[in-house]
Design a protein around this ligand. Structure first.
Ligand code: THU
Length: 162
């Protein structure tokens, strides 16, 4: 038996002012766009703002549905929209913020497994790390690439015939 340890590095900040200017702007946009979230069932309004390598900023929000599994998370709405409009441009950074009935979360919510899988595929596809910023009001977490959030992952290599 071999024991393997996987280390994930997360950078934590107390204030958005500690981030780079571009990242501050993305957090601002992720927060603003939560307003457009359609979350009548969970009341968990998620906003995502990403910037592409060409400087274009794209936002997305979670879109729920009475048939629950038909809805989609904010991160995937933003990434799929970005990849549809700009199929040749890498995603550089994505910021995520959540607003509930009591305001923005103090501690940030990390992306779900499916969003991590999509972030990873996008990162691999464009061969460029995607910086992920999880923005809470009292704590901000920064992860330098999607692989760190999904260290043991499924990818295209498993689809190749042996
Ligand atoms: N949600 C996201 O938008 N992103 C995530 O990564 C986690 C969950 C949404 C889906 C659903 O509309 C609501 O939050 C509650 O799960």
């Amino acid at each position: 038996m071999i024991e393997k340890t996987i280390i994930t590095t997360v950078y934590e900040y107390n204030s958005v002012a500690e981030l780079e200017k571009e990242d501050q702007e993305l957090v601002k946009k992720a927060k603003e766009i939560t307003h457009n979230s359609y979350a009548p069932y969970s009341h968990f309004h998620v906003g995502a703002a990403l910037i592409l390598e060409n400087g274009k900023i794209i936002t997305g929000t979670n879109q729920e549905n009475a048939a629950y599994p038909s809805g989609l998370c904010a991160e995937r709405v933003a990434i799929f929209w970005a990849n549809s409009q700009y199929p040749d441009i890498a995603v550089k950074t994505i910021a995520i913020a959540v607003k509930t009935n009591t305001g923005f979360l103090k501690s940030p919510a990390p992306p779900c497994g499916s969003c991590r899988q999509v972030l990873l595929e996008t990162e691999t596809r464009f061969k460029t790390p995607i910086k992920i910023i999880l923005a809470g009001n009292e704590k901000i977490q920064l992860i330098k690439n999607a692989k760190s959030l999904l260290p043991i992952n499924f990818d295209e290599n498993f689809l190749k015939k042996a």
